[in-house]
Design a protein around this ligand. Structure first.
Ligand code: AP5
Length: 224
């Protein structure tokens, strides 16, 4: 099978990608577009945790305490979740890892594991734009699809285009929590860019433009 960009199915299916960017930079939004384009699943650690919180599981009750403070969930918890998920069958042909690793300890464990990674994509967006994006974000409580009150409006107000679910504001999108998440990102996650740059794996895209323009730039960057 040939994909619309001319590559064979085999070439497309082997992409194992990490998305490494600030909260609100558009990881989830771009992951959705890339997942459709490449036909590979997105593993979002944030979405896994939110699902557990909504279902009231033991993991959810542990995670909620950290997420509500804009802090990271403990490494051992996250590593266990990701290791199990990436060994599931649907990840054999490739995956998009959104939200992991988030600090050097997690990156080091992944690096020493049997999980191979092809590329690490970072999307650069300034803090001012991020605050504007997160302040207007809406998320479907059923399927997790993300919208924005200005940049990505649903067809019908308050209703998900994909599944008809209710659109809600995420609990961690309050102004004081956004600030704390950004500070945690700059101190703990941003150093990973250097970690992956040194390994020749880092691909950088400026994400200040609109959603579709950013997807075009991401696809162009991943081709090279
Ligand atoms: P997680 O869910 O991963 O949150 P995050 O990293 O803070 O990222 P976000 O989901 O907020 O933003 P995004 O970059 O996906 O942006 P989006 O596409 O939605 O994690 C949540 C929490 O879980 C963490 O804080 C932590 O506590 C815990 N956790 C998760 N993983 C962990 C780990 N490995 N270790 C420890 N703890 C962990 O876009 C944002 C908005 O902007 C949307 O409204 C969108 O429509 C809009 N938008 C996107 N792109 C554009 C564009 N180009 N132009 C205009 N608008 C745009």
């Amino acid at each position: 099978m040939l994909w619309h960009d001319g590559r064979t199915e085999r070439q497309v299916l082997t992409l194992k990608l990490i998305l490494l960017a600030a909260p609100g930079a558009g990881k989830g939004t771009q992951a959705e577009n890339l997942s459709k384009h490449f036909g590979i699943p997105t593993i979002s650690t944030g979405a896994i945790l939110r699902k557990n919180i909504a279902e009231g599981t033991e993991l959810g009750s542990i995670a909620k305490k950290y997420i509500d403070d804009g802090k990271f969930v403990p490494d051992e918890v996250m590593i266990d979740i990701v290791r199990k998920r990436l060994h599931e069958d649907d990840c054999k042909g490739g995956f998009i890892l959104d939200g992991f690793p988030r600090n050097l300890a997690q990156a080091d464990v992944l690096d020493k594991s049997d999980i191979e990674i092809d590329k690490v994509l970072t999307i650069e967006v300034d803090d001012e734009t991020i605050i504007e994006r997160l302040s207007g974000r809406l998320e479907c409580e059923e399927c997790g699809t993300t919208y924005h009150t200005v940049y990505r409006k649903p067809k019908k107000e308050g209703v998900c285009d994909n599944c008809g679910g209710k659109l809600i504001v995420r609990a961690d999108d309050k102004p004081e929590i956004i600030k704390s998440r950004l500070a945690t990102y700059h101190s703990q996650t941003e150093p990973l860019k250097e970690f992956y740059r040194a390994k020749g794996m880092l691909v950088t895209v400026i994400g200040q433009n609109g959603i579709e323009k950013t997807t075009e730039k991401v696809l162009e960057a991943l081709e090279n």
